[in-house]
Design a protein around this ligand. Structure first.
Ligand SMILES: C[S@@+](CC[C@H](N)C(=O)[O-])C[C@H]1O[C@@H](n2cnc3c(N)ncnc32)[C@H](O)[C@@H]1O
Length: 312
């Protein structure tokens, strides 16, 4: 067996090795009270489980469904299908989960550009679309006869126009390259011992977040894991402390782990026991190390600025 580099922090145990973590996930087969599912990982099929969950309990829902690509999730393969079938699938899961969202709740859906073309119109039928975020992932799938695909879409929608949005909690700290002064004083930026920085209001183009890689403690062997920094932006902007954040396609648990680190309550559903185990392992790690790479001193730092961050 190939020896893992000492810098490789990827969580990649087998289900046998991680049994104690897998056993922490709960199953839901009958109607349950809120207390039963709060801060839990639910192991099961979302379409079945949601039938038993309380209506309107979710303040913020983050969904990262399988994209319309053939992909194997450790044993279960999602098969690329035609546009009509993927559209029907999107209707089915949205109709299943939307009753769980509170009247003032928000929903974010992650997708690649092809899937986005199908999800957008379905979402527009059911919700008020507030925005479409473009996340520049940095790493992308190489292509010889096309542009490399290095971006994803994240749809942001709400039930009504009355929704939570904490813009001051999601400012981006950028290095100032042309430090402009008026009357000898910095204009909208700060001079510090580490350099010159400006805290800016975030746009719907996110270029400060990379996908998790092997030297990061948050990394698992999940094939499509999202970064905690990305979830942190969504959670800080669109929920308050103690709110409930829910993810119907939990994967390796990024939504729950980040919600926990940020003082929110959480719940999520995942069908694969191995991923549920990785999620529980990460939830345990969050007790000891609640930091989120790239988010420090209450701001989101642009890429390659770790040396400047005090609390990271
Ligand atoms: C794109 S991944 C989500 C990755 C996640 N955001 C993370 O950071 O790890 C989608 C996940 O949904 C799970 N999934 C797909 N269909 C499901 C269903 N019907 N019920 C429960 N989980 C499902 C897959 O096993 C997969 O882990």
């Amino acid at each position: 067996m190939k020896k893992k580099s000492s810098r490789n922090k990827t969580i990649d145990f087998t289900l046998e090795e991680g049994k104690k973590y897998a056993d922490r996930a709960i199953e839901v087969k009958d109607p349950v009270k809120l207390e039963t599912i709060i801060n839990q990982t639910i192991l099961g099929d979302t379409f079945e489980v949601v039938k038993h969950l309380p209506e309107g309990f979710v303040d913020l829902m983050i969904a990262d469904p399988p994209y319309n690509l053939t992909k194997t999730y450790h044993g279960k393969t999602f098969k690329e299908t035609d546009a009509d079938e993927y559209t029907a699938y999107t209707h089915r899961w949205l109709d299943a989960v939307l009753p769980l969202l509170s009247e003032k709740g928000s929903l974010y859906i992650c997708c690649d550009w092809q899937t986005s073309m199908l999800i957008g119109p379905v979402l527009q039928e059911k919700m008020v679309i507030q925005n479409r975020i473009t996340w520049q992932r940095e790493k992308g799938r190489g292509a010889k006869r096309n542009w490399k695909n290095a971006m994803e879409d994240i749809w942001f929608a709400s039930k009504t126009d009355d929704y939570t949005f904490n813009v001051d909690a999601v400012k981006v700290r950028r290095q100032v390259l042309a430090p402009y002064k008026t009357a000898g004083q910095p204009k909208d930026w700060e001079e510090t011992a580490q350099g010159n920085f400006r805290d800016t209001y975030p746009s719907n183009f996110w270029d400060d977040i990379t996908i998790p890689f092997w030297s990061m403690p948050e990394n698992t062997a999940h094939p499509t894991q999202k970064p905690e920094k990305l979830m942190a932006k969504i959670i800080l902007a669109s929920s308050d402390e103690d709110d409930i954040v829910f993810d119907p396609f939990l994967g390796s648990g990024t939504t729950s782990v980040t919600a926990k680190k940020l003082g929110r309550r959480y719940a999520g559903i995942e069908q694969n026991p191995l991923y549920a185990a990785w999620c529980e392992k990460r939830l345990e790690m969050a007790d000891e190390k609640p930091d989120i790479q790239g988010y420090a001193d209450q701001v989101f730092w642009e890429r390659n600025t770790r040396r400047f961050q005090k609390n990271n």
